[in-house]
Every structure is written in C-alpha cells, then in structure tokens.
Design a protein. Structure first.
Ligand code: XMP
Length: 323
C-alpha cells in the first residue's frame, strides 16, 4: 500500500544502497522539490550529504532565512550558503530585456553552483560522486525517462582537479507527483512554509521587475510582495490562488497625491491566477475587500509606490509572469 511512510523507508534504503560510503551534493533552490529531495537523502546518509544554496538576492522576503534556518533546523543538513548577491546585481546592471535577464541569471547561477561544487570536491576529495536532484515523475515523462549523469567542467582554474568531473544522479522523487512530494516533505518534518510553497520562478524577482534590476528596486518589490502574501494568507486564499506574482513597473511613473503633496511613483501590479498546471490560467476573482487591503497597505508602507493595479488577463494570451 502507498503511504508516505513506506515511500520514505523505500527511498532511504535505495539511496543508502546507491551512495554507499561516498558523498553527495544537493543544490537547494528554496522550492519544494529540492528541499524534499535533500531531506530524504539527508535522512538516508546524514553527514555524507552537503547542501548548497546560492543566494542570488532575487528571493522574496524571508525565503533565504527559511533555507538557512528552518530547513537546517528540520533536517540537520550540512549547508553551504554562497552569497552571490553582488555578483548577480553586477551581471544584471543595465539590462532590461527579459530574455537577456533570464540568460544572465541562468548562466551566473550555473557558474556559482559549479564553483561551490568544486570547493566541496577540494575539501572532501574524490569521495564526492553523487548529485541529488528533485526530479519529479512528470519531468521524467517529459524528458523521455532516462536516468543520467551530470558533467561539470573545471573551467574555473582552481587547479588540482580533473578536467571533467562526472556525478551520478540521485533522484529520489522520480516516482512522485507534486502533491505526493508535499506529503513526503511533511512526513520528513519540513515546515509548511517550505512544503506548501506556491510556484516561484528560478530567476526570482529578477523577472518581476519590468526594467533594470537594482538593489533598491528588489528591496521595494520584496516589501510589496510580502504585504500581498501576508494578506492573501490572512484571507485564507492560499489554496484558491495558484500563485500571485507581484510585479514592479520600474520604468513607469504616475502622478499621485499623498498627505498634502504630489507624488510621482511606480505602479505595482497584482497578478493572482487560478490554474491546474500553469499551462493555462485564469485571473482569480478574489474579494474586493482583500484587494483593497493590499492596495492600501502597499501604498502606505512601500516608499515610491503610489498605485496598485490588478492584472485581469487570462493565460493565454498573457503568461503568468510578466517576463
Ligand atoms: P508563465 O509565465 O510561462 O509561467 O505562464 C508558468 C509557470 O512557470 C513559472 N516559471 C518558471 N519556473 N523557472 C521556473 O522554475 C523559470 O524560469 C520560470 N519562468 C516561469 C511561473 O511562475 C509559472 O508558475
């Protein structure tokens, strides 16, 4: 019979058999899949696992702390946090084009992660032979079903390492659907904030700022996003709403009035959507009073924002994200 308990027991045994006495690395993204995969492997091989979290500075408020504190507290995992915020900001400076931003973020992410892998290899030596990935069943079906290996090339000039390092993949979620992964995460004692997290794009807030990404704009968007999330949760809408991107139109300003002064600030867009699988979506007809609360709070509490607008476009024709 299928129970989360059985799934955990079975996977723990399989992981132990696969990894043996060697060591493994797992990249954490802040998302559900990588967290549950890491927690499973941690349960199986304990200190033979090292987790890596790249802090690219594009996460929402509190998410990096969730990984650094809550994930570690729940699992006891070894965690290497790489603070790459400056690096990402520098790479993104002056760039407004959405595809260009995505390429830069993806490229920098791989470089920073590979550098971290190499450092771990230098510390722990050739014992590191496995890379953990949170591949789910739908990903397996989509990509044709093969298991594989991952190559990293040591083009970073660190010396003393073979030119080409091959990791064998550990993919303990390959038979699971998303809702099952959440249940397994719960069984493993991960906090709800991680296990029930709504989808969030890898490039993070970098693709929710229409215009150039800067530290100030990220901080501003983080505040607005935190307010929206707080109010949606307080209103009990987390289940009904698939996700609600909060977008900063950084290149747009409009005139407003606040207190006895004229303002010239930026609009924030709320994009609440209802969906089954993100392939299609409809804008969520959410209660006006919740929208009003979010709007009032954002314009009162976030400096330089004087307008909140609601995106009422379905997908298609609009995508869920703005970039
Ligand atoms: P769109 O904007 O294409 O988004 O309607 C569909 C779903 O995918 C998420 N998304 C991403 N997820 N990396 C991800 O891991 C990405 O680059 C990315 N871009 C979009 C989006 O949040 C939505 O759930």
């Amino acid at each position: 019979t299928w129970t989360t308990h059985n799934v955990v027991e079975e996977q723990v045994a399989l992981i132990r058999e696969q990894v043996g006495t060697k060591r493994a690395i797992c990249g954490l993204s802040g998302g559900v899949d990588s967290a549950v995969a890491a927690a499973l492997v941690q349960k199986a091989i304990g200190s033979q696992l090292t987790c890596v979290y790249v802090d690219h500075g594009l996460m929402r408020k509190g998410e990096t702390e969730q990984v650094e504190k809550d994930f570690v507290a729940a699992t006891g995992a070894n965690l290497k946090v790489v603070d790459a915020q400056e690096r990402f900001l520098n790479a993104l400076a002056g760039v407004s084009d959405p595809e260009e931003k995505r390429k830069i973020i993806g490229r920098e992410f791989i470089r920073v992660f590979e550098q971290a892998q190499l450092e771990i290899l230098q510390e722990d030596g050739p014992e590191v032979a496995f890379l953990v990935q949170g591949t789910l069943y739908p990903d397996v079906v989509e990509s044709g079903g093969g298991t594989g290996t991952a190559n990293i090339k040591s083009h970073h000039n660190v010396g003393g390492l073979p030119d080409d390092i091959e990791f064998e993949l550990v993919e303990p979620l390959r038979k699971l659907f998303k809702d099952e992964v959440r249940m397994v995460g719960q069984e493993l004692g991960l906090p709800d904030e991680i296990v029930q997290r709504q989808p969030f794009p890898g490039p993070g807030l970098g693709i929710r700022i229409v215009g150039e990404v800067t530290k100030e704009r990220l901080d501003l968007l983080r505040e607005a996003d935190a307010i929206a999330r707080e109010e949606l949760t307080a209103a009990g809408l987390d289940r009904e709403i698939w996700q609600c991107p909060v977008v900063l139109l950084a290149d747009v300003r409009s005139v407003g009035v606040q207190g006895d002064g004229r303002t010239y600030g930026h609009p924030i867009v709320l994009r609440p959507v209802s969906s089954e699988d993100a392939m299609t979506a409809d804008w969520t007809r959410m209660p006006y009073d919740v929208l009003a609360k979010i709007s009032t709070r954002i314009t009162n509490e976030v400096a330089d924002v004087n307008r909140v607008v609601l995106d009422v476009t379905s997908k298609p024709p609009g995508t869920i994200e703005w970039e």
